[in-house]
Design a protein around this ligand. Structure first.
Ligand code: AMP
Length: 417
């Protein structure tokens, strides 16, 4: 009897199991984040995990297309697993054009990417995020960034840092420096800035044809600056962009702690669909981004045919939990009832029913363990009270309760339960 080989006892590569303690940690984070979104008037949405491949491929960008889980169903349809929630929501809205705009929706959902699994990178993971669809004023940016900031505060990740950038700013700069033909390679290089050395990043650009002096200039420009300096920089680049940002920063001052938001031209983000503001958010010392987002004013048009401005963010929930060190939460059982015989068992059933009706969780020992083994078991299981129904106690109409947290033992009359 050897059972399954080891590799089949583990979940499929890049996926994970969730034990109850881990699920309760996830639930805790979910409940907390959900409350924040709801307090801003956002409502929850869910879609199927399976989409038409064509829907997913439409605006995913080559990098993501390679990461889509694809398969055919038995009827030969080309399908795929959703890699984020923005695309399915765009599809849903194109099918429900009657939904009044602006739409404020949030999700807490599983998504799938055929990524190379490593620390903080999984093939199945959860995203919490919001979408604000149908608005193009910078107040929409303010709102989305505020929900993001409040979400991080709510889970005690108050030491977050939001790195802001704008696709329009990079594009303007590339135009200025006559680098537009190298846009794609430059995006790819800038995206690597936090992970590679200066030489390596420059090499990506020069190998793609960017002249070295311009590559160096771009590299140096793409560093972290204060928001107020960003306004000056953007105004010099383009007056419209400048006035958008001066308004944005003015509003942001009242909405989020401004010292937690920086501007950084190297934040480009992988997903192809962004058109304006893009951002990534970091939590404490955790190296990888715990979230990201931005404005994608053209995405919905691809699905509905109607131009609809939109923006949003997504937080990678597993990464957030790792950053917080919040991996397990115990949910103890309120009462574990130990009985010695059938008479005690029948009393236990009645007591348990009453306690459950009052909202307590109650387990009755199945009669296969002695008291000592039960004691060891409940300590491992996580139990608040061990209730012992013994013959002598029953005769006196009481039960014995051991408070395992406070290490106290006392008796309670049965009718008081
Ligand atoms: P994106 O949809 O690519 O903007 O990702 C949003 C967030 O999801 C990222 O900031 C990460 O926190 C998280 N995320 C992205 N890819 C993965 C992955 N493979 N495993 C775990 N989390 C991820």
């Amino acid at each position: 009897m050897s059972g399954l080989p080891d590799h089949l006892r583990k979940p499929v590569r890049g996926m994970r199991d969730w034990t109850p303690r881990q699920i309760y940690a996830l639930r805790h984070v979910e409940d907390t984040l959900r409350k924040v979104a709801e307090s801003f008037g956002y409502r929850q949405v869910e879609t199927p995990v399976v989409e038409h491949f064509e829907v997913l491929a439409k605006k995913a960008g080559q990098e993501i297309v390679n990461e889509i889980y694809v398969f055919k169903d038995k009827a030969g349809r080309d399908l795929g697993l959703r890699f984020d929630m923005t695309v399915p929501i765009a599809r849903l809205l194109s099918y429900h054009m009657e939904i009044p705009k602006p739409v404020r929706w949030y999700y807490f959902s599983k998504v799938f990417r055929y990524d190379e699994p490593q620390h903080g990178r999984y093939r199945e993971f959860h995203q919490f995020g919001i979408e604000l669809v149908g608005s193009s004023t910078p107040r929409a940016e303010v709102e989305v960034l505020q929900v993001l900031a409040e979400s991080l505060n709510a889970v005690n990740a108050g030491n977050y840092l939001i790195m802001l950038n704008d696709r329009r700013a990079i594009d303007k700069l590339l135009e200025r420096w006559e680098l537009t033909p190298y846009r794609e390679i430059i995006y790819r290089a800038l995206d690597k800035k936090s992970k590679m050395s200066r030489e390596e990043v420059l090499k990506i650009m020069t190998a793609g044809g960017v002249p070295l002096d311009k590559a160096e200039k771009l590299y140096d420009a793409a560093s972290e600056i204060e928001l107020h300096d960003a306004v000056d920089f953007l105004t010099a680049l383009d007056s419209n962009l400048g006035s958008f940002y001066s308004q944005l920063v003015r509003y942001l001052e009242d909405a989020v702690p401004l010292e937690r938001v920086k501007f950084n031209l190297s934040i480009v983000r992988g997903l192809d669909y962004y058109t304006g503001v893009v951002f990534e958010v970091f939590a404490g010392e955790y190296k990888l981004a715990v979230g990201g987002g931005g404005r994608y004013d053209d995405l919905l048009q691809l699905y509905s045919g109607v131009k609809t401005p939109a923006l949003g963010f997504a937080i990678g929930v597993e990464r957030l939990m790792e950053a917080l060190g919040l991996l397990e939460v115990e949910k103890p059982i309120d009462y574990y009832i130990y009985v010695f015989d059938d008479e005690g068992y029948r009393v236990a059933i009645k007591i348990a029913r009453k306690l459950r009706q009052s909202g307590y969780s109650v387990v009755i020992e199945l009669g296969e363990k002695n008291l000592k083994d039960t004691f060891e078991y409940v300590l491992k299981l996580g139990v608040k009270h061990l209730m012992i129904i013994g013959k002598r106690e029953l005769e006196r109409g009481v039960v014995k309760i051991r408070d395992l947290g406070k290490r106290l033992e006392y008796e309670i009359p049965i009718e008081q339960l």
